[in-house]
Every structure is written in C-alpha cells, then in structure tokens.
Design a protein around this ligand. Structure first.
Ligand SMILES: NC(=O)c1ccc[n+]([C@@H]2O[C@H](COP(=O)([O-])OP(=O)(O)OC[C@H]3O[C@@H](n4cnc5c(N)ncnc54)[C@H](OP(=O)(O)O)[C@@H]3O)[C@@H](O)[C@H]2O)c1
Length: 265
C-alpha cells in the first residue's frame, strides 16, 4: 500500500500547517502528500520544506475541471493507493450583508461546500479502514451569522455533512471529523469584505493554527466526529445547544455591539 494525504488549501494558513504536521508524522507514516491550492509557487515552497515527497496540484477548486484533474491523478496512481488522510481546508469567507457580498456568495458555496463534497466522493474510492477525513468548518457554524450569512451557512453544511458521513462510514472504519476553529491569524482576514461586520464578531478572539491542527489530528485519530479546538468555543457550543437560536443570535448581536463600542472609546 502507498499511503498518501491529500490536503486542500495547502498553500497557506491552516492547510499549510496540516501539511507541516503530517510531514512530521503527526498522522502516521506517509509515502506522499498531495498539496492542492491555486498558488503553484506557494505550493512549491511548501514542498521544498517537506521531508515527505509532495505532489503539487495547482487547482482552482471552484472550477469544473479541478475535480476531473483530481480524478485522473487518483486513477493514474490507483495501484496500491491508500488515501490515509483527506484534509479539506481550502475555504474563504466574506463579511457584509448578502447584497454587499454579491457574487462571492456563490463562490463561497462552491469552494466551502461543493469542493468538500467532491473531494470526499473522489478520495473515498481509495480509502480503507483506518483512513481519516478532516473537514474544516468554523465556530461560525454553531449559530446563524447575520453579516456573514453565506459563510456561516456553508460551514454549518460542512459540520452537518461531516457528522452524517461519519455515521455512515463508521462501520467500515473510516472517520470524518469536522473542525470548528475561531479566528486564526492567517490570510483568511486579508480581504474580509465589510470591516464593520468583521469587527462585530471579533469578540470571539483568536486561536493558534498550530494548536488547532494538532488538536484536529488528535481528534481525527481518535475518531471524534467534531473537534472544537478552543475551550471557550466549546462553552459557546454548549450554550447554543440549550438556548433558543433566536435568543442566542440576539445575545451574539448584543455582544458585538458592546465589543465595538468598547473598542471605539
Ligand atoms: N482563519 C480563520 O480565522 C478561520 C476561522 C475559522 C475557519 N477557518 C477556515 O479555515 C480554512 C483555512 O483557512 P485559513 O485560515 O488557512 O485561510 P487562508 O490562509 O486564506 O487559506 C485558505 C486556503 O484556501 C486556498 N483556496 C482559496 N480559494 C481556493 C480555490 N478557489 N481553489 C483552491 N484553493 C483555494 C488558498 O490557496 P490559494 O489562494 O493558493 O488558492 C489557501 O491555501 C478555511 O476553510 C476557512 O474557512 C478560518
């Protein structure tokens, strides 16, 4: 068997960190890592830093051709292939009203949802008992997010899809883990859209991508369905489970108001 990891969003941020930790053996021995993103130069930099052989796949995962390419790469390598890890990390979010976000609404659905489904569908053909799928959702998945409505909903999709798929695949020994990080200092916030809408949710704070990846891999290896990688988001999740959704949304809006007023002083 040739064990590989496929990591999307590998050119920066969390995806890059997944490649780094998988390369160091955090997910067990690997024969190759397939690194996917659009920026080929950045992917080659990632490759240069790895001890494990890296296959660079410069693909725009919102394009129809991307998954044809992935399918043919997998078919060409099929003999003895085991996709041990699939990490769906590529994603982006734009803040603002639905109208302000405009065309990016559909792109978010394509990248954050459709690409995750396609990648799972294709990789599963080459997975075996013990293989793992890690899908990056977000703390934004825990509650509907006015001012980030489409992004929040795409991440809710990732969360629910992952949980259901894990139940389906459990009997064959494949586990799916949805990860719900809060903010992290990556390129994610480089072009956030409406800064006002972003400022209203910054009260939630930041977590360290290295810790997030370490915890995600640990949860995935243990077969945990959901990885909430920071303690305060775990508390938030518990609150969201008992408080009616409309009330929780109103509380979140009040917190946002308080936080932005405090910072304006
Ligand atoms: N950072 C946060 O605050 C935060 C919080 C919660 C959840 N998340 C989630 O964490 C994941 C990783 O984000 P990050 O924080 O690491 O942000 P990031 O640094 O912006 O990384 C995003 C990655 O996605 C890739 N990507 C974007 N559009 C793509 C496309 N059309 N096709 C293929 N790849 C594409 C980017 O590479 P190219 O530009 O080279 O294509 C990059 O590698 C995302 O799913 C995000 O929603 C982030």
């Amino acid at each position: 068997m040739r064990d590989i990891a496929i990591v999307s969003g590998a050119s920066s941020g969390l995806g890059r960190e997944f490649v780094r930790q998988l390369d160091l053996g955090a997910g067990g021995p690997l024969d190759e890592i397939w690194a996917i993103a659009r920026n080929e130069e950045a992917l080659n930099e990632v490759k240069a830093q790895c001890h494990t052989p890296v296959k660079v796949l410069a693909l725009d995962l919102t394009s129809d051709d991307a998954f044809k390419t992935l399918a043919s790469e997998l078919a060409a390598a099929a003999d003895g292939l085991n996709v041990q890890w699939l990490v769906n990390c590529a994603g982006f979010g734009k803040f603002g009203t639905f109208e302000e976000v405009g065309e990016a609404n559909a792109s978010m659905v394509k990248l954050n949802c459709l690409a995750v489904v396609e990648a799972c569908y294709q990789a599963l053909l080459y997975m075996h008992a013990g293989s793992r799928i890690v899908n990056i959702a977000s703390a934004a998945a825990l509650l509907p997010q006015p001012g980030l409505s489409t992004y929040g909903a795409t991440k809710r999709f990732v969360l629910d899809f992952s949980r259901a798929l894990d139940v389906e695949l459990g009997p064959v020994g494949i586990h799916v883990t949805a990860v719900c990080p809060k903010f992290m200092h990556t390129k994610f916030l480089d072009k956030p859209g409406d800064h006002g809408a972003l400022d209203r949710v910054l009260w939630i704070g930041f977590e360290d991508p290295r810790t997030c990846v370490r915890e995600s891999l640990r949860c995935a290896l243990r077969g945990k369905r959901v990885a909430i990688t920071s303690p305060d988001v775990r508390v938030m999740n518990a609150v969201c489970k008992v408080v009616p959704t409309d009330l929780a949304m109103a509380l979140e809006a009040k917190l946002g108001e308080w936080y932005t007023q405090r910072n304006a002083r």
